[in-house]
Design a protein. Sequence first.
Length: 420
Amino acid sequence: MTEAVRTPFDPADETGVAPSGGRDLFSKFDALIAERQALLDTGVRDPFGLVMEKVLSPTRAIIKGKETILLGTYNYMGMTFDPDVIAAGKKALDEYGSGTTGSRVLNGTYQGHTEVEEALKEFYGTRHAMVFSTGYQANLGLMATIAGKEDYIILDADSHASIYDGCAMGNAQIVRFRHNSVEDLEKRLKRLPADGGRLVVLEGVYSMLGDIAPLKEMVEVSKRHGAMVVVDEAHGMGFFGPNGRGVFEEAGVEDQVDFVVGTFSKSVGTVGGFVVSNHPKFEVLRLVCRPYVFTASLPPSVVATAATSIRKLMHAGNKRAHLWENSRRLHQGLRDLGYKLATDTAESAIIAVLLPDQQTTVITWQALLEAGVYVNMARPPATPAGMFLLRCSLCAEHSADEVEQILAMFEAAGKATGVI
Ligand SMILES: Cc1ncc(COP(=O)(O)O)c(C=O)c1O
């Protein structure tokens, strides 16, 4: 009988001892692995292992063989199946191939990359636009590059992981202020030494709870204390403000914001990220921003779909209005059913339902899925203050009738699980 040969790359056995005899580096995840297993042992489905077997439209997919309403995508404007967007992607695939195989600063800038940057400049009315491979990388690049050792980044405590990771990658001093507190922001700005640059980082919509920032007041305070301001409009682009630029447009602070960060992975309906700005020296970032330089550029089909989508979003007033109707109706309906929600009114297209603990949240999530609606589950550490959430995000392509169906499913699921 031959003994199985273990290579140095074999995983450790259950004892946690690596084949080399050293400590298994994965042992730090043991508590998480056990917690997840305990949850699955209760018989619930894994909320983080769902597969969309077929996607039928921006609002419908087949999940476990069943047609399901999607209420947990960031496809706010429903652009993923727009015929013009799809045609543009197919044409670019045929004409330019499947990928660029290179960095934007070498062989990876095609006609389509400059076209999508032109579309962004038009959309935002700015002089500069720089496209990254994801929104995550746009934040990573901006935070890590423009604020150096002598500078301060002042950020909302509930900032997105990509903002925190950009801060961790750079050398600036990091100062956090209480979520959405203008008073705390001002207090922190006042305490900073007079020398050193200051960058205040804000988000238009905070995606966990769907609440919006008081940007008018925050930008005013930041400017009064000599800071540059960046607003991440990942969840605001497309349906806030007269031109759909985001919450900062609606707040009337466009001329005071130094940088806007955004993504193509939400309202635009594909993948990619960007920073737009009027700063006269902005273009130097293309040479010094590592998450821009040291990665391959977006495939031609992706930039073609993004450019087409962005140009259509400039004239999407009706869709915007319908998305707001859907958001308000769902918020009111869930409240009337007795659900506890994160905001008093529908502040954005994200409606977060608050639940008491992980078990109740997963059971309710599963009851909703079985009834025929998919929502996003969120739990610590992704959520603020240890909250357990069912996050609903609406789409301009949900019909009024679908919103009523969703409410009926929430009523049945909530009653079955005892949440309402
Ligand atoms: C506020 C915020 N910024 C940035 C990102 C990153 O976007 P992307 O999906 O393009 O990496 C996200 C996505 O979750 C986000 O919510």
